[in-house]
Design a protein around this ligand. Structure first.
Ligand code: KG4
Ligand code: ZN
Length: 355
């Protein structure tokens, strides 16, 4: 089964060709630099950039998979299906990917498969190793924080998710407050290496009795800490430190290290408890935040002490990419669970991924 996948849910324009679990190509054009000056993704800009770059990205993926002369010609003989990210994501961005996939599928008489973006993240590890079911999937990105029990391809139970900010989003917002640039996660991660994680006792939002997460209170705790130290005006809360005011390097590094540990402890603790509760032996961590060095370190430590195995897909399969979408579509077709819903679902939160 060879599938052409298209992913345009946020700020990565991606196309990939996957045969079974072999990635023939996985081309990703990241828009991150264009959004950086706005310190976050601008939906309208993302849609325009998908429209501008998707044709080139699809062609590059086909050429890489089938040779220099390969294009859309003869596609019906080379691939078995076209897959696209159905949601969740930015409405306009999703529509660009859907229309492109639909046009290619119709022009070549191929089946069209809409894939849930989070299902793609959850199964991405299957592209690199034979992961045994059931496992717990933790998806932590700029838009999502989801804890999912994966019983098999196509059989999922969403155990918990964030009630407010996603894990990556809270890294980005704290980095914005401290003027560390965008995306904030890698910047906080780097600065945290210089800081003391015990310097500030930020809260660990564990929400006992539920598998949900909540990070907005932690974000506010960081803001108040900076304000109480005299770096923000009292009164109405300002979203960022005035540019003229310089923050001591050690002060920022200590905040980064302490804040990062609070997020990481919360994620690791709940995920390992969910694994024990559901009797899963394996945990798979995906999404952009999976690149965090402290998260990896603490997961490995805690998992080893509890007899769990923690897997991190390679970086390019952790972040948004079309290979995971093509692979998931292939799994769905293989196990006879093709998506029945073809409507694009904008940033909708889906209770169950079964469709
Ligand atoms: O999965 P992703 O590339 O895109 C989506 O949001 O879908 O994730 C991007 C998020 C951003 O919020 C970014 O700050 C965060 O992942 N991130 C990190 C690290 N690298 C990226 N967060 C913490 N530590 C990192 N090293
Ligand atoms: Zn994602």
């Amino acid at each position: 089964m060879t599938v052409l996948g298209i992913e345009t849910s946020c700020d990565e324009t991606s196309a990939a060709v996957v045969r079974g679990r072999r990635i023939l190509s996985n081309v990703v054009y990241s828009q991150v630099e264009r959004h950086a000056k706005f310190a976050g993704v601008v939906p309208e800009l993302a849609s325009r950039m998908h429209m501008e770059h998707l044709p080139r990205v699809v062609e590059a993926a086909l050429r890489k998979a089938f040779g220099r002369d390969a294009g859309l010609k003869d596609l019906g003989r080379r691939i078995d299906a076209v897959a696209y990210t159905q949601g969740p994501g930015l409405m306009g961005a999703l529509l660009i990917g859907k229309v492109a996939a639909q046009s290619i599928a119709e022009a070549h008489g191929l089946p069209l498969v809409g894939v849930n973006h989070l299902e793609g993240h959850a199964l991405a590890m299957g592209l690199v190793s034979d992961i045994r079911y059931p496992f717990i999937s933790l998806i932590v990105s700029g838009g999502h924080t989801e804890l999912v029990l994966v019983r098999a391809a196509g059989r999922y139970r969403v155990l918990g998710r964030t009630r407010d900010d996603a894990a990556g989003e809270v890294f980005d917002k704290v980095a914005k407050l401290l003027r560390l640039g965008y995306p904030g996660g890698p910047a906080v991660d780097r600065r945290a290496c210089e800081g003391d994680p015990a310097a500030v006792d930020f809260p660990r939002p564990l929400l006992p009795g539920t598998w949900d997460f909540s990070f907005s209170g932690l974000k506010t705790a960081v803001l108040y800490y900076v304000r109480d130290a005299g770096y923000l005006d009292k009164g109405p809360v300002r979203p960022a430190i005035p540019a003229a005011r310089r923050l001591p390097r050690k002060f920022v590094s200590d905040i980064c290290a302490s804040f990062q540990d609070a997020v990481v402890d919360t994620l690791v603790d709940k995920t390992c408890r969910a694994a024990r509760h559901t009797r899963c032996r394996s945990v798979v961590v995906g999404g952009g935040v999976a690149a965090n060095s402290r998260l990896r370190e603490k997961f490995q430590e805690k998992a080893a002490s509890q007899g769990l195995r923690v897997h991190f897909p390679p970086r390019d399969l952790c972040t948004d990419n079309a290979a995971m979408i093509a692979y998931t579509a292939g799994q769905r077709l293989r196990y006879g669970r093709p998506s029945r819903r073809t409507a694009v679902e904008p940033s909708m939160r889906i209770r169950s991924w079964r469709q």
